[in-house]
Design a protein around this ligand. Sequence first.
Ligand SMILES: [Ca+2]
Ligand SMILES: [Ca+2]
Length: 177
Amino acid sequence: MATGTILLWPGAITLSDGTSGNAFCQAQVAKSTGTAPTNGPSLFFTELLFDAATDEHCFFTFTLPSDYSSGGIININWKRASLTTVVNVVWKAAVAAVTPGATEVPNSKALNTVATTTTACSTTSQALVTTAITLTMDSAAVGDMVTVMLGRDADNASDTLTVDAQVTDVNFTYTTT
Ligand SMILES: [Ca+2]
Ligand SMILES: [Ca+2]
């Protein structure tokens, strides 16, 4: 028994369709203001931008690997777009696990219970913070099509950061067999 990790790449998200309740995050390529090294480029990375007032969402889909035993945590590295005040961001996440076969169909599947976690922002502008959300795993089993929804619960009263929250990298961890 150990901890397995699946990388959830921000460049490979699925976006919701923008209908009521289904707002999507934006993505952008960030360029560091740091001085490029000799014989190398500046630092670039992709980040997902989550609004301060409207709940926005994205989805990561993967096949649950053969060494999956139990559990499921989404770990999010993120930062505030600006400012240094003492404030919080509320993140939310949920899972849909579809087992191949005739008993359930992805096109009629719903997300399971939405979990939220409130995390204090760094008081350094644009410094990374890590949030871990324990997922309700929807009876997920080896080989399932697993989709993890990540969103910002921006209209939650406890979400007090007044600018975008920017997600840089994400992974999913679980207990192996
Ligand atoms: Ca909300
Ligand atoms: Ca807010």
